[in-house]
Design a protein around this ligand. Structure first.
Ligand SMILES: N=c1c2ncn([C@@H]3O[C@H](COP(=O)(O)OP(=O)(O)OP(=O)(O)O)[C@@H](O)[C@H]3O)c2ncn1[C@@H]1O[C@H](COP(=O)(O)O)[C@@H](O)[C@H]1O
Length: 104
């Protein structure tokens, strides 16, 4: 958790850097569509690694996926704290109940 909070902070700081020197700044300069596209690509790569890759490949793709998710959340001005609060809210509720409450 500490790692994610630290990375969220780094991403916030790097947004203002030069796109030539920072991947985070480059993605933000390209816009939300590009960030969403990258997140989708990383999700697909994670799925492929899960089905046919090595353990190391799954770990690497999962790290790419989480990193790009944090970039996307920040681009939408959503904090990790908000997502954690939503997960906390769901704690203790079964997945089946949770699905039913969302479709009401
Ligand atoms: N955790 C990451 C991280 N994970 C993945 N990536 C980058 O995400 C990209 C994804 O891989 P791809 O092969 O899809 O990338 P690509 O072909 O270069 O991407 P495109 O040209 O398609 O945009 C690579 O360029 C990786 O370097 C990351 N880039 C940055 N970070 C963290 O963000 C911090 C700030 O980075 P900068 O903004 O570059 O200073 C770093 O110190 C790290 O802690």
């Amino acid at each position: 958790m500490e790692t994610l909070t630290r990375l969220e902070q780094v991403i916030a700081e790097r947004k203002a850097a030069s796109p030539d020197a920072s991947y985070v700044a480059k993605l933000n300069a390209a816009g939300i569509e590009k960030i969403a596209q990258k997140l989708g690509e990383e999700a697909v790569e994670t799925v492929i690694a899960a089905l046919s890759g090595s353990r190391e490949e799954v770990v690497g793709e999962a790290a790419d996926l989480i990193f790009h998710l944090l970039v996307l959340l920040q681009a939408r001005r959503i904090t990790l704290g908000e997502v954690m609060a939503e997960l906390d809210r769901r704690e203790g509720t079964s997945g089946i109940e949770e699905k039913a409450s969302r479709s009401e």
